[in-house]
Design a protein around this ligand. Structure first.
Ligand SMILES: *Cc1c(COP(=O)(O)O)cnc(C)c1O
Length: 386
């Protein structure tokens, strides 16, 4: 029986299973040929899982390098004592070049203005500014156009303060089997790299694969894979499911803070969108709301698990709390539902007994993807590492 540790300050929390994180990281490492590096993507506080704690587990399980989205995310890791390579997955504002140099955080580079400001700063500190060149191959997001990569390098390589540690692109459709765009992007990327190498330009570590490409296209691993969502135990798409087995890392839990048997006809919550139709229906409250990542659009559509049984969430989800119904006569469950008590465990995402609510289930109800679901839950709820 798992003991669910609860923070002292609030009866709601995100539970992070470090064992699952370790197993997932190892499962990806095993997919890579010896010598291929793994860059764990820990942007957005490790997709809501807490970057500092996750980085330690991932490194011990085989991750070599780490990728973040912002300078602040990189600084958080450095302040926590992380010494392994950190890459920012886009080009930050020029104003922060000194911060990058001082903290040994690598930017992605794709404008000459940034590159030269970064190189100048590095040279002024008698250091080399390591960077990764981002190449645009079809995502239409960031990077130097694949046809312009060599010329771009020629325009900045004179600078003694710059050192290219890597060259990368990013796929738009890696999760779609037999997709034409994927092949096109890969060809553009490898041709750009070949052209630079033929001209004697050092590209550093060459990498392009995200989670679905790592799983579905082993022939494109090159020097390094950038694995994100899969490490957290989520499948990027149904297409990857048959190829790797992953354990969900995040659960979202709460305790019941109040429970009543309202009179028949009582309305529940803002707008009174639900009303109690029968006797013997309990309405229970727990402290998770839309400011905790439980999107208001889930109101009246989602279930929670209590005593291993599904109960329908009812009424509009508030900012910090919401309610669910326990119909002691007729729940959605096969077996009769026990009464719920103050302090009982509520599972919003994760397993309780034989039942499980997945990030995918919540994402489908919201009309989004699992990535967004865990990012949102990670924003305010306290994290408990088990
Ligand atoms: C987010 C991101 C990744 C990781 O993607 P997953 O699908 O989570 O594996 C890799 N590369 C870049 C450039 C990204 O922005």
């Amino acid at each position: 029986m798992v003991q669910h540790r609860c923070p002292d300050t609030r009866w709601s929390w995100v539970e992070i299973d470090k064992g699952a994180l370790r197993r997932n990281t190892r499962a990806f490492k095993e997919k890579l040929e010896p010598g291929v590096r793994m860059m764990a993507v820990v942007k957005a506080d490790a997709y809501g899982h807490g970057a500092v704690e996750c980085v330690k587990v991932m490194h011990a399980a085989g991750a070599d390098q780490f990728a973040v989205a912002t300078v602040e995310e990189g600084l958080e890791l450095r302040r926590a004592g992380v010494t392994w390579p950190i890459l920012i997955l886009s080009e930050p504002p020029m104003e922060c070049v000194q911060t990058l140099i001082e903290n040994d955080i690598m930017p992605s580079v794709y404008t000459p203005e940034f590159a030269l400001a970064y190189g100048e700063c590095a040279a002024a500190f008698d250091k080399v500014g390591k960077y990764h060149l981002a190449i645009e191959t079809g995502m239409t997001r960031i990077g130097v156009g694949w046809k312009d990569a060599l010329e771009f390098r020629h325009s900045i390589d004179f600078h003694r303060g710059l050192s290219c540690a890597g060259t990368f692109t990013h796929f738009a459709t890696a999760d779609v089997p037999n997709d034409w765009t994927f092949g096109l992007q890969y060809r553009r990327f490898t041709e750009a790299v070949a052209e630079m190498r033929a001209a004697g330009v050092d590209c550093g570590l060459v990498h392009c694969d995200n989670t679905p490409a790592t799983v579905l296209h082993p022939e494109t691993h090159l020097d390094m894979c950038r694995v994100g969502v899969g490490l957290y135990g989520m499948q990027p798409a149904d297409s990857t499911r048959p190829h790797i087995s992953l354990d969900p890392v995040m659960s979202v839990r709460a305790r019941v803070t109040r429970v009543v048997y309202p009179p028949v006809g009582s309305g529940v919550g803002y707008g009174q969108t639900y009303s109690v139709a029968r006797q013997n229906v309990q309405i229970a409250t727990f402290p998770i709301g839309y400011a905790d990542g439980l999107a208001r659009s889930l109101s009246g559509k989602m279930d929670v698990l209590v005593h291993g049984t599904r109960c329908p969430q009812v009424g509009n989800i508030c900012m910090d709390q919401c309610m669910f119904a326990v119909d002691v006569n007729t729940t959605r469950a096969a077996r009769p539902m026990d009464e719920v008590h103050y302090g009982d465990l509520v599972t919003v995402m994760g397993a309780d007994g034989d039942e499980r609510i997945t990030a995918e289930e919540i994402a489908d109800l919201r009309g989004t993807i699992n990535y967004e679901v865990t990012c949102n839950f990670g924003a305010r709820l306290e994290k408990v590492y088990i």
